[in-house]
Design a protein around this ligand. Sequence first.
Ligand code: AMP
Ligand code: MG
Length: 328
Amino acid sequence: MARKNGKDGNGARDDKAEETRSQAPWSDHPPSFAGWARAAIAGSGTAPSLSPHLHLIPPPAAPGIVTVGPGQAFSLAAINPDATGGLDKAEAKAALDAQRTRIRSLQEKLYAEHRRSLLVVFQAIDTGGKDGTIRNVLEGVNPQGCRVWSFKVPSPEELDQDFLWRYHRRTPGRGLIGVFNRSHYEDVLVVRVKGLVPEETWRERYGLINEFERLLTLSGCVILKFFLHISKDEQKERLEARLADPEKHWKFDPADLMERKSWDAYQTAFDDALTRCSTPYAPWHVVPANRKWARNVMVARTIADTLEAMDPRFPEPRKGLEGITVPD
Ligand code: AMP
Ligand code: MG
């Protein structure tokens, strides 16, 4: 069972907020979930440590996105990858611009505040649109405050460590937005589908991933996980487009055709990961991703809403600035 957000949703955690949302689903001023975020700066001094008893409930995702309810069996088959969340193509460009403007200004505060961080995780099947989403949504963000990491086949050095090592060393430090293009979830996805480790090893990982994400959350890192959901037909079109356009040849990987043969095995692995690793503090958000223009706005809006809910603030000004003059 999935929890739907937005105007057609029924899983709202705040009725009033949901009401506002349905009246103006793409408004620039979503309800603030400052109470949630304030908890993240409740720690004393500069160390944003959180008490384990605090329940951080992240704000709802944008209309059109389906958030996987923690503890509920979930299946991608139930999600329409063509959905647009009620957005028209004609208004998508302006809507994306508006969300990017919000992200930019909130990022500046997050950076200045230097107490919390945001980790945005993208997973999808090959051609699912991870690169395009990152390029479009983060356009204009101050590069100094943002780190994007793409995870490929692990190196021998990485394989000599525990499976989370290479991800943990790339989590965003205070003040930063970190983006994972593929992530620790590969270790229960491609690794499972290709049988790279025994079943008892990957089965243990769901729990380890939840604990890892809990550690990050309790340390002041808010986690947003997006699964970009495309159909098998859409993947065919995207692979054909890569073959047809010389400028896209570099993106065509013949291995993707082999992986495509495992489409069903991947869907099963996705369903299990989304079901087992959707937690109250780091739920999975499934983005209908056949239509790139809608996908971009839905993701941007959710990032902006989350940052807004974190309510980052410029630090208090130093005392005694009024009397200072800058010498010639
Ligand atoms: P791409 O993102 O298209 O550049 O491809 C990266 C490749 O690395 C994909 O085929 C992934 O399945 C693979 N990959 C990423 N993480 C892992 C992992 N932990 N173990 C094995 N393969 C991985
Ligand atoms: Mg690829």
